[in-house]
Design a protein around this ligand. Structure first.
Ligand code: PLP
Length: 374
């Protein structure tokens, strides 16, 4: 099997049969010529249904995840919507209580009226999951590490519970990418990505994807939502995402190392009451993270001693970290999560979330040190 680093280094590099160009071209055409007999000799009909650049992205990500198929979408939330639309009215969803707030909001504000019911559960507690399962539970939606508390779920254990319950397990792998964690190998049925983040990697592309292992009927319905309703990833975004992915194996390990270093610094800081980073031995999910992840990721959050205003003041003093939402780019970002999530958020008001980038580690350390008042 080709290793992920090699697959990534070659992402989107399929020499063009017509020109020999090493990097595949962007196919912006919306429509494709029929042969005189009415067939489509190249297999493409219309770009909502399939597009060569999007297909190249989809094949690359499916290979990286060890999945059979991938469907690419206009954003991570479009992918989430497609997965929920693939369910049927009456189905029940178990959703990690600390899944990305946008997904929980999608459930609450849109899908509630479509006949889906859901229960938010702490998936780090096997008893809580067991209690939440119902005969009509069709999908368990996990995210590990979670957002923004970085809770670690034992994905293999949840996959076993899902199988016994006759439910699919979907894992949002945006924060880990296939380089740090491969949910399908751990027994999940579906992997969800916001491609916007680490995969594309430069804060300049919106995209999403669903990857499935073989034999899930659910994926056929996801594909139908993609091609019939049309919330597709456009060819330019697919091409830019592939270009970003070519350097993922160089970017992410450095970002993880920086995050680890910052987490240790913050843990020792007198103005910080808690650090949420699974690479710290003090993290309750550390042992599971060691087992199921290749590295601990480049996201961390920490709680400042004091009030929400104190936390906002710390973020206001950073010069290297940019105050912005999102994650996964080369530039470090810091965010007061409770402000963006808004009520009924459960995020502590003193929590700041960091997406750690590729700047010099000493500049990042000095920036947080200064922001904390040292
Ligand atoms: C874990 C996770 N999943 C999904 C999304 C949604 O992705 P997008 O912004 O591409 O719609 C995000 C966005 O922040 C995220 O962090």
């Amino acid at each position: 099997m080709t290793r992920p680093e090699t697959l990534l280094a070659h992402a989107g590099c399929e020499p063009d049969a017509g020109t020999g160009a090493v990097v595949a071209p962007i196919h912006l055409s919306t429509t494709f010529e029929r042969a005189p007999d009415g067939s489509y000799p190249h297999g493409f009909l219309y770009s909502r249904v399939d597009n060569p650049t999007r297909q190249l992205f989809e094949r690359t990500l499916a290979d990286l995840e060890g999945g059979e198929a991938c469907a690419a979408f206009a954003s991570g939330m479009a992918a989430a919507m497609a997965l929920l639309l693939a369910l049927r009215p009456g189905d029940h969803v178990v959703l990690a209580d600390d899944a990305y707030y946008g997904v929980r909001r999608l459930m609450r504000e849109l899908f509630d009226g479509w006949g889906l019911s859901w229960t938010e559960v702490d998936l780090t507690d096997p008893g809580a999951l067991e209690a939440a399962l119902r005969p009509e539970t069709r999908l368990i939606w996990a995210e590990s590490p979670s957002n923004p508390m970085l809770k670690i779920t034992d994905l293999a254990a949840v996959a076993r519970q899902a199988r016994t319950a006759g439910a699919y397990l979907a894992v949002d792998s945006t924060w880990t990418t296939p380089l740090l964690q491969r949910p399908l190998d751990l027994g999940a049925d579906v992997v969800i990505h916001s491609v916007t983040k680490y995969l594309a990697g430069h804060s300049d592309v919106l995209g999403g994807a669903i990857v499935a292992r073989s034999g899930t009927g659910l994926f056929e319905r996801v594909r139908a939502v993609q091609t019939t309703a049309g919330p597709v990833m456009d060819p330019l975004s697919a091409w830019l995402a592939l270009r970003g992915m070519r350097s993922l194996a160089a970017r992410l390990p450095m970002q993880c190392a920086h995050a680890h270093r910052l987490a240790r610094f913050l843990e020792a800081h007198p103005r910080v009451t808690r650090v949420h980073y699974p690479g710290l031995p003090s993290h309750p999910g550390h042992a599971i993270a060691r087992r199921q992840m290749q590295d601990f990721g480049a996201m961390l959050s920490f709680e400042v001693d004091g009030t929400a205003e104190d936390a906002l003041a710390v973020a206001a003093r950073t010069r290297v970290f940019t105050r912005a939402t999102s994650l996964g780019g080369t530039e470090s970002l810091i965010e007061h999560r409770a402000s963006i999530e808004a009520p009924p958020t459960r995020t502590p008001p003193t929590l700041l979330r960091c997406s750690v980038g590729l700047e010099h580690i000493d500049d990042l350390l000095e920036d947080l040190s200064r922001a904390l008042g040292d």
